[in-house]
Design a protein around this ligand. Structure first.
Ligand code: 26V
Length: 801
């Protein structure tokens, strides 16, 4: 039905009529979206079945990527692209008088994630399938994804997200493959064949129902699986009030937790974590048993990768099954488990490290807790042999200590591989945060620098740039992004640079139009588009960006001859609902936007745009339009960053600290093609360790800082009484934990270099071309190949087209 336009049009009209019983004339864009979505899903299903069958029949190892978040965004466009039927569909629809992009807009983003960690999982799925690797996602089908953000008087307001309101064309519910999961209850011991055994009894059962979504590889027949679990009442007697039981059950998969830093220790979150793990492992083992019978070789055929510590209960859960259901000895069960699990750490922020109070953990998961206790006892006994007498070392490494279960310790102890997500992050793990573990198990630790799928973030998001690259160097780079290097020589080719300029201009106009529609504000496409889009966090330092804008504003007001190239500062950021400091920064950006955009003296030389509800689909319009990429975290704090890579691939120039993957961007493209500033990680960590920073000195010695800080509290922002006082105080009274004042001068200096560079149009375009040419390393295909070869031991197994 997609082999040519005519067939497509006929099939589309037939499908529309059969689905809706309406004529084409009466149909709505939503009907068109659902019709097309269903056609595409049906088209996928033959390969989906074939891939599943191949997996069942073949003896290859399978990887299951367990993640509490999958931030997928929209799937229609990316599926069409990967299937290679985008053109037929777009042209066919056009002949029917329909506009594909309007139809695409109907699809709700699948926003089942907070930010970097969830989006990384989505990019990895795309790469796994595109590289023909047998790797599948396991997650939770949250009824409500990350909240929708609105601004009311400049303040963030959160609304429940509703992605399933009109159904999800990509999913298939599989009630026959449901798994029962038990919470609460108690552990009973009994004797069988002369051996003491345990079972979890009198618990409260809930049913996990899988919804499967196809993950389509690019130009290949491989279609992998993303299995998302939904919580439903189990058909078993309960002594609870039936309505209460139903509510409690469904609550487990109702909401994504909107925090990505603070470990709140909420019981519902622990329930979600065990729910994901027990359902996923239950179904993995069921299909493994069907094929192989015994689980003796499980670790040779299956790797379970845990995305951060959220699914770390996979370790005791697998132990439980091997011990209680398979009757294995502890040693045998441990051998299998600890060779099955691999783990990625995504942050060194201490407030994000999960630690569960045992008085919450034990009653909810009594058998799992017992197993964790035994893992801990045996681990500590081994340490005692290795480090006799070193009590404090052992105490620091224990999994259970001071009434807490330390999830990161459990993850390191129970897995065969521990990786960080950028070189510097892995070094900080090895030498600081996890030093004791690195000393004990040096071979487990490795680095896998993050990547992004160039298919969504370049081919799909930026067809204009894609065509230009294709016209210039052909299409080999689409399968092997290192070939983007062939663009290097064109960085000196003025005809190429001219076209690159055209592409950027067009994308800036598209974004400008979207901004005008959304906010009513008209922006200048000839201005520098200076963009910071990411979650709002103190360590990401949106505040530093704000202070630069305030400084420019002050200069322009004071000195009419102050000359800058016009700039449009674009922000997108959600703050966790309970993170009051971050919410104040949101209000500050909005207040600044009001001030700057409405001041006639500024005469359009500065504009500040804060786009509501930053999400994947909006991001796809932002990255291609950016000139400047703001990656300005306090060095050592941003594990990797992945937005930095999306900007680079779309030809934006980075202004950034030597943090996370910025360092590797510098290695790839060269310092001369970006704008580096600020303290290094080493300097920051030394200050934390030894003291010696006094923020007030910077306040007293730098008039620019003084002025900006005063403006937070002196009525400069008239609509806010004392609202920015906590920001002011965090910088002066609390000694500026994130070194905003310390890095201010160096940042301003780097921004002056940006301004100067942009004024030399050819020079700028050359740098932009260099960034694109050297971005190939950051494709998640490279990252996933490394995971497959160096951690999972996977081979691409399927036929290629
Ligand atoms: C952490 C926590 C802590 C407990 C409460 C709930 C919760 C939910 C999510 C998270 C994940 C935070 C870690 C994270 O997102 N890290 C980001 O991972 C990106 C992908 O590796 C990386 O590029 C970013 O630098 C890193 O901040």
């Amino acid at each position: 039905m997609f082999s040519n336009k005519e067939k497509f049009k006929a099939a589309f009209l037939r499908k529309l009529e059969s689905m809706y019983g309406k004529s084409f004339q009466e149909s709505t864009p939503r009907d068109h979206y659902h019709t097309l979505g269903n056609m595409v899903r049906e088209y996928i299903s033959a390969n989906w079945i074939a891939t599943n069958e191949r997996n069942r029949a073949a003896d290859e190892k399978q990887v299951y990527y367990l993640s509490i978040e999958f931030l997928l965004g929209r799937l229609l466009g990316s599926n069409l692209l990967n299937l290679g039927i985008q053109e037929v569909v777009e042209e066919g629809l056009k002949e029917l008088g329909l506009d594909f992009s309007a139809i695409e807009e109907i699809e709700a983003d699948a926003g089942l994630g907070n930010g970097g960690l969830g989006r990384l999982a989505a990019c990895f799925l795309d790469s796994l399938a595109s590289l023909d690797l047998p790797g599948h996602g396991c997650g939770i089908r949250y009824k409500h994804g990350l909240f929708d953000q609105k601004f009311v008087d400049g303040y963030q307001v959160e609304l429940p997200e509703q992605w399933l309101r009109h159904g999800n064309v990509w999913e298939v519910r599989k009630p026959d493959q449901a798994v029962e999961i038990n919470f609460w209850g108690k552990v009973e011991s009994y004797i069988e064949d002369g051996k003491e055994k345990f079972r979890h009894a009198k618990g409260e059962a809930i049913t996990a129902v899988p919804y499967d979504m196809p993950v389509v590889g690019y130009q290949t027949d491989t279609v992998n699986m993303l299995r998302l679990w939904s919580a439903e009442p189990a058909p078993f007697p309960t002594n609870k009030d039936i309505m209460q039981y139903k509510r409690d059950t469904e609550a487990v998969s109702e909401f994504l937790y909107p925090d990505d830093t603070h470990d709140e220790g909420k019981i519902l979150r622990l329930k979600q974590q065990y729910f994901l793990v027990a359902a996923s492992i239950g179904s993995i083992i069921r299909s493994y048993r069907k094929k192989n019978g015994s689980l003796i070789d499980f670790h040779k055929k299956v790797t379970i990768h845990i995305n951060d510590t959220h699914p770390v209960l996979a370790i005791p859960e697998l132990m439980r099954i091997l011990l209680d259901e398979e009757n294995m000895s502890w040693e045998q069960a441990w051998e299998i488990t600890s060779h099955t699990i691999s783990y990625t750490n995504h942050t060194t922020l201490s407030e994000a490290l999960e630690k569960w109070p045992t008085n919450i953990f034990q009653p909810l998961l009594p058998r799992i807790y017992m197993i964790v206790e035994e893992i801990n006892e045996r681990f500590c006994a081994d340490l005692w042999k290795k480090y006799p007498g070193q009590w404090s070392r052992i105490e620091d490494m224990a999994i259970l200590a001071h009434g807490l279960v330390k999830m990161a310790h459990l993850a390191v102890v129970g897995s065969f591989s521990v990786n960080g997500v950028a070189k510097i992050h892995t070094e900080i793990l090895k030498n600081r945060e996890m030093r004791l573990f690195y000393e004990a198990f040096p071979d487990k630790f490795n680095n896998k620098t993050n990547g992004i799928t160039h298919r969504r973030w370049l081919l799909k998001a930026n067809p204009q740039l894609t065509s230009l690259i294709q016209d210039t160097i052909g299409h080999g780079w689409m399968k092997d992004t290192t070939q983007l290097r062939q663009l290097d020589v064109y960085a000196n080719d003025s005809a190429f640079l001219e076209k690159l300029d055209q592409v950027k201009r067009e994308r800036k106009q598209i974004l400008g139009e979207r901004i005008r529609k959304q906010t009513g504000i008209v922006i200048d496409s000839d201005s520098i588009f200076d963009v910071q889009v990411k979650r709002l966090h103190a360590y990401k330092r949106q505040l530093l960006n704000v202070f630069h804008i305030m400084y420019l504003y002050n200069r322009l007001k004071e000195d009419s001859s102050f000359d800058i190239h016009p700039r449009t500062f674009i922000f997108g950021a959600k703050a966790s609902p309970g993170y009051y400091y971050a919410k104040r920064v949101i209000k500050l950006i909005n207040s600044l936007a009001d001030k700057v955009n409405n001041d006639p003296a500024i005469n359009g030389r500065l504009k500040v745009i804060f786009l509501e509800n930053y999400r994947v689909s909006l991001a796809e319009d932002i990255f291609p339009a950016a000139d400047v990429s703001e990656q300005i975290s306090t060095a050592s704090k941003e594990a990797s960053g992945t937005g930095n890579m999306k900007f680079m691939m779309n030809g934006a120039l980075t202004i950034g600290t030597l943090d996370g993957a910025n360092i590797e961007i510098k290695e790839e493209v060269g310092e001369e093609n970006m704008f580096i500033f600020g303290l290094t990680a080493e300097q920051v960590l030394n200050y934390y360790q030894n003291g010696g920073y006094r923020s007030s000195e910077y306040y007293h010695h730098d008039k620019r800082i003084q002025q900006v800080l005063e403006q937070l509290i002196n009525g400069f922002f008239p609509d806010v009484d004392d609202h920015f006082e906590p920001i002011h105080d965090s910088l002066l009274m609390q000694n500026d934990e994130y070194f905003v004042l310390k890095d201010f001068a160096s940042y301003i200096d780097a921004q002056e270099r940006v301004d100067a560079a942009y004024r030399n149009r050819n020079h700028w375009l050359r740098m932009s071309a260099k960034n694109i040419a050297h971005s190939g390393f950051f494709s998640s295909d490279r990252t996933i190949r490394q995971y497959a070869n160096e951690i999972w031991g996977l081979e691409p197994s399927y036929s290629k087209r």
